[in-house]
Design a protein around this ligand. Structure first.
Ligand code: AMP
Ligand code: ZN
Ligand code: FE
Ligand code: FE
Length: 285
């Protein structure tokens, strides 16, 4: 059983459509793939409709959240699986976040244009659905198209990372609120890439323990941004706190170099995770 529990489609900032993503998952030899677009469930339907025989789809989302770390707000991503997508609280919060994402990306693009960089905010948004959860990878692609940088990674390093002058923050959901909202909708939650040091400040073990107290189900231990030391530490923390452990690629198509199935989840951990959820069913092709 090969299980990858974190992948993005064109419903957010991946480059494979939901249908292409499930085909690619089968092609990569996966038995189970989770679709976890940022702040939207728009890909669930098209991915389900295109499911190849033998592949199981876990419907999910990656929620943009903020955690309090000794008085400082730290950006954290929460993977949510198998929740009721019709939950009024979730629908409203995801809508708010998508609108927040678009406003923030437009501000970033306008700041760059004002600085004389070859970025046209209207052109970027013309390529996206009206209700899209726009993200920095969309802006990165525009920089690649304009010839300013060669790759999305280079665009992040030079222009888009937190700490660069063009970065604009969002009003994300307090992570405890998000955990409770997903739990109330029958879903389960996994803290995504908690120790992705290269992306800036990360939460402490104490803060993860607080999330566990609010009902967090698991930790994404094996993630491309985690070095061996981070994985060892998180594995220990998960067993200490009674949390499940997952592993996932965080596939974004050609926006990143990682492939589907490059990191995977233990079947026992996945069974335990799915067993705790009641808001939506896995879809079997
Ligand atoms: P945003 O959602 O707009 O804050 O942008 C964050 C997204 O960009 C996440 O999905 C990350 O996976 C992706 N990302 C962050 N850093 C990089 C990077 N260096 N190269 C490519 N993608 C990145
Ligand atoms: Zn992303
Ligand atoms: Fe993430
Ligand atoms: Fe992700």
């Amino acid at each position: 059983m090969r299980i990858d529990l974190h992948a993005h489609s064109t419903a957010s900032d991946g480059t494979d459509s939901p249908a292409e993503l499930v085909a690619a998952a089968a092609g990569a030899g996966l038995d189970v793939v989770a679709l976890t677009d940022h702040d939207t469930t728009a890909g669930w339907g098209p991915a389900t409709d295109a499911l190849p025989p033998g592949l199981t789809l876990v419907p999910g989302a990656e929620l943009s959240c903020v955690a309090d770390e000794q008085g400082r707000g730290i950006s954290v991503h929460l993977l949510a699986y198998l929740f009721d997508p019709a939950s009024a609280a979730i629908v409203a919060e995801q809508q708010r976040l998508r609108s927040e994402r678009r406003a923030r990306l437009r501000t970033m693009a306008m700041r760059m244009a004002a600085d004389g960089l070859p970025v046209d905010p209207d052109e970027i948004f013309a390529l996206l659905p009206e209700d899209a959860p726009a993200g920095r990878p969309h802006l990165a692609q525009a920089l690649v198209r304009a010839g300013l940088v060669k790759t999305v990674d280079e665009a992040f390093a030079e222009y888009l990372s937190n700490g660069r002058g063009y970065y604009v923050a969002r009003q994300d959901t307090p992570v405890e609120t998000a955990i409770e909202m997903i739990t109330a909708a029958g879903g389960v939650t996994v803290l995504a890439h908690p120790y992705a040091y290269s992306r800036g400040w990360t939460v402490s073990a104490e803060t993860i323990a607080k999330m566990a107290g609010h009902g967090l189900t698991g930790i994404e231990v094996d993630h491309p941004t985690h070095d061996p030391a981070a994985r060892t530490e998180l594995r220990g923390l998960a067993s200490e706190l009674g949390l499940l452990r997952t592993g996932s690629s965080d596939y974004h198509g050609t926006n990143k170099t990682i492939g589907l199935g490059d990191e995977t989840t233990d079947p026992e951990e996945f069974e335990a995770l799915a067993g705790k959820a009641s808001g939506a069913n896995v879809r079997v092709g």
